[in-house]
Design a protein around this ligand. Structure first.
Ligand SMILES: NC(=O)c1ccc[n+]([C@@H]2O[C@H](COP(=O)([O-])OP(=O)(O)OC[C@H]3O[C@@H](n4cnc5c(N)ncnc54)[C@H](OP(=O)(O)O)[C@@H]3O)[C@@H](O)[C@H]2O)c1
Length: 338
């Protein structure tokens, strides 16, 4: 079978097409013929050598969906022919995070999904309902689950609450979609004026264009009658965290999802204390969370936010596209199209 290896060195040139032996499922395992995969910011960090130096070579990318083609001894949960999406944190089946549960992850440190055949734990795959395409299913494990977990598992969003979401990338697009479906009022921000309409299409009630309102926290306060949003989804970190805290209502929660600005964040502690906000680190989640997300999408007839689909062997071009940050939602790679 063919796979992409991340070999020694950094940057897209370190992504190399290789031929590997087909995997065989052990007890409790399945082999999945991949049909689609999607990119996350994490993949860029790994490709650039910014994230932990995992062994090289390894197969990158964490998010993927496909068809079960073989099962090992003792597997009853799925059968050959089932369409499945792979859970990203493979040892985290259910419940809260523990050191042991979060240690194993597809796409670093473990081999990921950019291969024609992938061996996976049977308790770390979820059946894909007929209403979701392979490309859509492949967007769910990191971005979808992270948004789902922040909004509904870490703290349950109630209808009528307000959610401010930073940007329109993968996690943000899912947050807009899911919060709207749950009956919340959604306020999105974007640095890119051309994305305003697309954020509205995803379900945002209000979209703050940052070139017009650089002090977006003030605009959120205006739009919420001075109160602030119940929940704020922060994807950038850095110095901008102050604005997320200022945009949050007294007693509300700022979900610390990402660090697109810088990995270090600094903020005014007195503001956070005056507002009595909860700063809550977000995380991708368990297989149970992935199942919950799939159910939420199916029951709401929601379409995951696919921005663009490219052949999997064009992963270098897809990485370049992701770096441009012109996407809304997810960039997907399709298998079998080359
Ligand atoms: N905690 C976790 O487990 C977890 C899980 C998933 C992702 N993350 C992290 O969350 C962040 C977002 O991930 P993602 O997959 O949603 O990324 P993405 O798809 O690349 O989203 C990027 C978008 O975010 C917006 N943005 C806002 N501030 C930005 C800034 N300072 N620099 C660049 N873009 C900015 C832009 O949208 P506009 O053009 O609309 O402004 C940009 O297009 C990343 O840092 C990622 O590593 C963490």
């Amino acid at each position: 079978m063919r796979a992409i290896h991340l070999i020694d060195g950094h940057g897209p040139e370190a992504l190399t097409l290789v031929e590997l032996p087909a995997p065989v499922p052990g007890p409790g395992e399945v082999v999945v013929r991949m049909r689609a995969a999607s990119l996350n910011n994490r993949d860029l960090l790994l490709i650039d050598g910014i994230y932990a130096p995992f062994r090289r070579p390894f197969i990158p990318l964490s998010d993927g969906a496909g068809e079960v083609v073989a099962t090992g001894a003792g597997v009853a949960r799925v059968a050959p022919g089932d369409r499945v999406v792979l859970s990203y944190v493979t040892g985290w089946v259910a419940g809260g995070p523990t050191d042991e549960r979060v240690a194993r992850r597809l796409g670093g440190p473990d081999d990921g999904v950019l291969a024609e055949l992938v061996r996976a734990r049977a308790d770390a795959v979820v059946r894909v309902p007929a209403g979701l395409s392979d490309e859509e299913a492949a967007t769910l494990p990191i971005a979808g689950v992270t948004a789902y977990r922040a909004l509904f598992v870490d703290e349950r969003l109630a209808p009528g609450q307000s959610v401010a979401v930073q940007g329109t990338g993968g996690v943000a697009a899912f947050a807009i979609l899911l919060a709207k479906q749950a009956g919340a009022r959604v306020i999105a921000t974007t640095r890119t004026r051309e994305k305003v309409g697309r954020a509205r299409d995803l379900g945002a009630d209000e979209v703050i264009a940052l070139d017009e309102h650089p002090a977006w926290d003030q605009r959120v306060l205006e739009l919420t009658g001075g109160r602030g949003a119940d929940r704020v989804i922060d994807v950038a970190g850095g110095r901008g965290l102050d604005r997320s805290i200022a945009a949050c209502r007294t007693g509300g929660t700022v979900h610390l999802v990402g660090f697109l600005d810088t990995r270090e964040a600094s903020f005014d502690l007195t503001l956070a204390m005056r507002r009595v906000v909860t700063l809550r680190a977000a995380s991708a989640g368990s297989c149970e969370d992935l199942e919950g997300l799939v159910r939420a999408l199916a029951s709401g007839n929601l379409r995951p936010p696919v921005d663009q689909v490219m052949p999997w062997t064009e992963v270098r071009a897809a990485v370049a596209r992701m770096r441009e940050r012109r996407h809304v939602g997810k960039i997907v790679l399709r298998f079998g199209a080359d």
